[in-house]
Design a protein around this ligand. Structure first.
Ligand code: IMP
Ligand code: MG
Length: 335
């Protein structure tokens, strides 16, 4: 499948970083394009146990031959971008679109000072919402206006379309989750962009007819950080007992947790036009599957859960995450 979009199915933090990194290595991706902004942290745990947290670059950096781009719809924090390029040693293969908008110090201050944003919505305080406000007001500074970004500037839509025309393997990496969408999420407790697959294409500049596959990533349970409804939310002690309490990548806040939600998942399938599903952290609900890489290694309960997801959502489950490292995956695509 030459062009794949990967998006989150719940409230973000479904494990997209790990899934994208797996696909990059396993399928030998040629190009990965990231969208969104620094409010979204994607974590990749390498085979040697090294943990890499990315807020700007595509999680496909693990594939050394993969070109790494950031689409025009993204909001860039130049210092975070530059430090990630440095940390991953990817300078020669990273590019960003001249029309990406820039997050400035003042946006961060506005985000943190604003009682509605920081108190009610409980944003990540990274300045993304205020930067988007300025962009919509057509007053934003763009990547083309920033001297240090000049060496990286490239027409991302055009370069992506060349890869697509040549039939090379392209992945568009969405951020956050379906129900944090500005349009389709739990407004006003949402982020400052649409998070669905169509919006990912729009942020990159790829027409919908070019996309072959939309992979929707769910975690085996649901988490949410910040304000807003979380159906079936567990009391903190119960979430802790189940080992479902996580610490947010960007803010260090504790994530709220709830069991897998089939109703939300069905709606996410609809909103994204999902063609396949990845389920991460299966080992968190079925500890015996930890590290499994084949279907035969899964317990009957774990298999029944996966089959139930397929039956209810009427979409094939392609990948199962069974542990933190990139290759802790059961890949069902060829079976
Ligand atoms: P903002 O995106 O910083 O404006 O925050 C708006 C809401 O989206 C808050 O509830 C955040 O916690 C949530 N949010 C934004 N990005 C992410 C993410 O990557 N993972 C999880 N929650 C996020
Ligand atoms: Mg995250």
């Amino acid at each position: 499948m030459p062009v794949t979009v990967v998006v989150g199915g719940f409230f973000g933090d479904e494990g997209k970083g790990k899934i994208v990194s797996y696909l990059a290595l396993r399928d030998g991706l040629d190009l990965a394009v990231r969208v969104g902004s620094v409010n979204a942290g994607h974590t990749v745990i390498l085979d040697d146990g090294r943990v890499v947290k990315l807020r700007m670059l595509p999680s496909a950096f693990t594939q050394p031959s993969c070109r790494l781009l950031i689409g025009a719809g993204a909001n860039v924090n130049p210092s975070i971008f530059l430090s990630e390029v440095e940390a991953t040693g990817t300078k020669g293969r990273v590019g960003l679109d001249p029309q990406c908008s820039i997050i400035e110090e003042e946006h961060i201050e506005r985000d943190r000072r604003d009682a509605h944003l920081s108190g009610r919505v409980q944003t990540t305080g990274q300045g993304v919402g205020p930067a988007v406000e300025d962009r919509v007001r057509r007053a934003a500074k763009l990547a083309r206006d920033v001297e240090e970004l000049k060496p990286f500037l490239v027409d991302v839509a055009l370069e992506t379309s060349r890869y697509v025309e040549e039939g090379r393997r392209v992945l568009l990496e969405g951020t956050q989750g379906c129900f944090l969408s500005l349009y389709h999420g739990t407004y006003p407790y949402v982020t400052a962009r649409d998070t669905t697959a169509a919006a990912v294409c729009s942020e990159v500049g790829v027409g919908p007819t070019k996309v072959d596959e939309v992979m929707l990533v769910f975690k085996a349970y649901v988490t949410r950080v910040g304000g807003g409804p979380l159906p079936g939310e567990l009391p903190r002690e119960e979430a802790e007992r189940r080992g479902w309490v996580e610490v947010a990548t960007v803010t260090g806040r504790m994530r709220r947790a709830a069991p897998f939600n089939f109703e939300l998942a069905k709606r996410a399938v609809m909103l994204n036009g999902a063609t396949s599903i990845a389920i991460t952290k299966l080992d968190s609900i079925y500890p015996s599957v930890a590290g499994a890489r084949r279907w035969e290694e899964l317990s009957p309960e774990a298999r029944r859960f996966v089959e139930k997801v397929e039956e209810e959502l009427k979409v094939k489950v392609a990948l199962l995450g069974t542990g933190p490292r990139v290759f802790d995956v059961v890949d069902l695509r060829s079976s």
